[in-house]
Design a binder for this molecule. Structure first.
Ligand SMILES: Cc1cc2nc3c(=O)[nH]c(=O)nc-3n(C[C@H](O)[C@H](O)[C@H](O)COP(=O)(O)OP(=O)(O)OC[C@H]3O[C@@H](n4cnc5c(N)ncnc54)[C@H](O)[C@@H]3O)c2cc1C
Length: 265
């Protein structure tokens, strides 16, 4: 249950509010608006101007409150990422859900997180220490912000700890990589039973990620060449049984999707 609503106008104000217990960021609110037994205060991020998509050299910098639909409509969004975004959620949800909120709350079936993990996207995370608030008041100056950059691979497994009292402010992905995405689901618009995203850098670095199972998408391979992709895909899903599909099925389909992605690059 949301017990208080804050709409700060500056990042300093937002980060100061987040130093308090039980105060959490509100992105699009598609998840936070669901009734829960826990009492939380929310910090609405919509007035912080974190909603731009900017091309910076070979990178795309996506503000934390950019919606999934806004990213999908960006001229700089890679085609494979657009396909993944269309599967992440239907249009009404894409219009509200933010990129940061989606990464914080996603599970292994998230097509968006699968592609972001293949691209080895980086998250910028900001916070203010509590003791800093005391010092800044005595010294009458603005608070110093802590800024951390975290690879999405480090972020996803421990994400609730990573954002405790903190704010994701932007997500950066490389544009100078080849990217392919494919999936299998019960119907074309369903969340996938299995999906694969493959990214390849000019250096030959190749990352294969599988989605469709578990708490997070899974890194199947991060190597210097595309050899052994199908075997890596099979091995990664050897225990991936749930109510939607057996591990045997997922292993076969993952290998096929990896092959298809590789042929597309
Ligand atoms: C009808 C419906 C169906 C849905 N179906 C699915 C589904 O099938 N699969 C699925 O995974 N999800 C589903 N969801 C959940 C929802 O779509 C996603 O979780 C959504 O993308 C969250 O984005 P948001 O911006 O709305 O996040 P919010 O609801 O605003 O926040 C979600 C979490 O992220 C945190 N957060 C938000 N922004 C930041 C930030 N900048 N920094 C740090 N933390 C932040 C919040 O504190 C909160 O913990 C569904 C939701 C609805 C309403």
């Amino acid at each position: 249950m949301i017990t208080a609503y804050h709409r700060p106008k500056t990042l300093d104000e937002a980060l100061t509010l987040l130093t308090q217990p039980n105060v959490i960021p509100l992105g699009g609110g598609t998840l936070l608006s669901h009734p829960t037994p826990d009492s939380v205060e929310v910090v609405d991020l919509q007035s912080l101007s974190l909603d731009t998509v900017k091309k910076q050299g070979n990178n795309l910098e996506i503000g934390a409150t950019v919606t999934l639909q806004q990213l999908l409509e960006s001229e700089h969004c890679p085609a494979a990422l657009k396909s993944a975004l269309k599967l992440e959620a239907p249009l009404n949800l894409r219009n509200a859900a933010t990129v940061a909120g989606t990464l914080v709350s996603c599970d292994g079936r998230s097509t968006f997180a699968t592609v972001m993990l293949a691209l080895d996207a980086k998250l910028e995370i900001k916070s203010i220490d509590k003791f800093e608030l005391v010092e800044m008041e005595t010294e009458s100056r603005p608070p110093k912000q802590n800024v951390t950059t975290l690879g999405i691979g480090e972020f996803l497994p421990l994400r609730l700890d990573q954002v405790q009292g903190k704010l994701i402010t932007s997500i950066t992905l490389p544009l100078n990589v080849k990217l392919a995405f494919d999936h299998v689901s019960r119907t074309p618009a369903d969340k996938p039973l299995i999906c694969a995203a493959l990214a390849q850098w000019n250096s030959g670095r190749t990352r294969l990620i599988l989605g469709g199972y578990g708490k997070s998408p899974l890194l199947a391979m991060d190597g210097t060449e595309a050899e052994g992709l199908e075997t890596a895909a099979r091995n990664a899903y050897h225990e991936a049984t749930d109510e939607w599909a057996s591990a045997e099925y997922r292993m076969d389909v993952a290998a096929t999707l990896a092959k298809r992605c590789s042929e597309r690059l």
